[in-house]
Write a protein that binds this ligand. Structure first.
Ligand SMILES: Cc1cc2nc3c(=O)[nH]c(=O)nc-3n(C[C@H](O)[C@H](O)[C@H](O)COP(=O)(O)OP(=O)(O)OC[C@H]3O[C@@H](n4cnc5c(N)ncnc54)[C@H](O)[C@@H]3O)c2cc1C
Length: 414
């Protein structure tokens, strides 16, 4: 395990591994479900490179060391009156890890976290230090934002920020068929719209986050604990345990959880509304789809569960996002609907995920790089118009494949 404290130490470690004919994988917070990181070689963590290097308040830019976890970054930005324009469900990932897999939140006009990167510093497999942006080394920049850690070690990132803002988060149940039919309208009508739905239940649990011009009014600590920990996590986990022990109960449990979810509203600092504690362990697969394909994929996936009787006591999650230009971004060049499927830990997931993946295949679905999938480079290449351009950058940055592992051989080719 290597824990460099500077760009020079990253260069030295890569040169040492290269000279020894070894391999190296960069690791962030270890929150990916896929085997992107595991290696028999050196594991390189940037957990000593977590500083905010520079905040340009006027240009709303922040330059950070790439090992910084998102929650630390959010606090540092808030202290400067800034924020990231969008975030995913949790904030435990590192900046480097989150951008490497195309981590995203929801919002029809918002791209993923990698699309907020204005420039980055990459140490390649030859020990070269490349600082890239739209203006300088644009192909490396477009490849290195969603890189799967296959091009080198991202050491520094310059992020585009926005003025700090308050979000009003509203959770409410709604009929599933109309929510699906009106997805474009609902997504266009709010800054950040998403919904969850349990198998066997015709109700969508919608979540709508709007930017509001009022001060944050966080709930008292006990209330936040009841909502975020007790109801969202502990009660849910108890239901998951019951469903795992007695799968026959799952339809009734899913109906009960949907009813219990009810409606709620909260007004708080943006990052505290976007992200929440997730204490219930699960396995997940997520597909990025052309927006218009979502209703078909959702309906057929739910129908497969009914037909097969496969036990699923975790909801599906539907989000939206804007297209971007990173070569391997799942949202590359198309406005996207994301469908995520989960199962509770310790339960069978493969038949379910394979069935959903098969349906996504028919719509040119692109997998989330950090979540389970069964794809190979051969099947993925035709779905990414810039696949070859990424391969060219990889050839330049890692000609001797010191950043390879078995998973990357499968999904990107050796
Ligand atoms: C509970 C939970 C909730 C989640 N919610 C969301 C969500 O809302 N939206 C979403 O899109 N995803 C979500 N994810 C997936 C998660 O955001 C991604 O898997 C993310 O990549 C994890 O970041 P990490 O810091 O843990 O990186 P790791 O998982 O450790 O690594 C991810 C990738 O980044 C590479 N990497 C790490 N550091 C560097 C570096 N310095 N230079 C180059 N490459 C590097 C690694 O090699 C690897 O390929 C969730 C995951 C969990 C477990």
């Amino acid at each position: 395990m290597a824990r460099p404290a500077s760009v020079d130490e990253v260069v030295a470690e890569i040169q040492r591994v290269r000279a020894a004919g070894g391999t190296l994988r960069p690791v962030g917070s270890g929150h990916s479900f896929t085997a992107l990181v595991p290696t028999d070689g050196v594991l390189l963590s940037l957990d000593r490179m977590t500083s905010v290097l520079e905040v340009d308040r006027a240009r709303r830019r922040a330059r950070v060391q790439a090992g910084i976890p998102l929650h630390e970054l959010n606090d540092a930005l808030a202290a400067h009156g800034l924020a990231l324009e969008n975030l995913g469900d949790i904030d435990r990932q590192t900046v480097a890890g989150a951008i490497a897999t195309g981590t995203h939140g929801t919002g029809a006009t918002f791209g993923n976290l990698a699309s907020m990167v204005e420039a980055l510093t990459l140490v390649t497999g030859t020990g070269e230090v490349i600082r890239c942006s739209t203006a300088h080394e644009p192909d490396v920049w477009r490849a290195a934002r969603v890189s799967l850690g296959a091009l080198g070690v991202v050491c520094e990132v310059e992020l585009r920020c926005v003025e700090a803002f308050t979000l009003q988060g509203t959770d409410a149940p709604a009929p599933l068929p109309t929510t699906v039919a009106r997805l474009d309208e609902l997504a266009a009508g709010a800054d950040h719209f998403e919904f969850f739905c349990f198998p066997h239940v015709e109700t969508a649990l919608t979540r709508t986050n709007r930017r509001v011009d009022v001060p944050a009014a966080p709930p008292p600590a006990w209330r936040a604990w009841v909502d975020d920990i007790l109801l969202t996590n502990r009660v849910f986990e108890a239901a998951c345990l019951a469903g795992r022990a007695r799968p026959g109960l799952i339809p009734a449990l899913n109906r009960g959880l949907t009813k219990a979810a009810g409606s709620s509203e909260r007004v708080d600092r943006s990052d505290r509304i976007f992200a929440s504690p997730r204490l219930v362990r699960f396995v997940e697969m997520e597909y990025a789809l052309p927006r218009a394909a979502l209703p078909d994929v959702l309906e057929r996936s739910r129908a497969w569960i009914e037909r097969s009787g496969f036990p699923v006591n975790f909801p599906m999650e539907v989000r939206v996002g804007a297209g971007d230009d990173a070569f391997l971004s799942p949202a590359h060049d198309r406005d996207t609907a994301y469908l995520a499927v989960h199962v509770y830990r310790g339960m069978s997931w493969e038949p379910y995920f394979r069935a959903v993946e098969h349906i996504c295949d028919e719509h040119e679905g692109r997998p989330h790089w950090g979540k389970r999938h069964f794809q190979t480079a051969e099947r993925l290449a035709p779905r990414f118009p810039a696949w070859e351009r990424f391969a060219e950058v990889r050839e330049r940055c890692d000609p001797s494949r010191i950043f390879a592992n078995a998973h990357l051989d499968r999904v990107l080719g050796a």
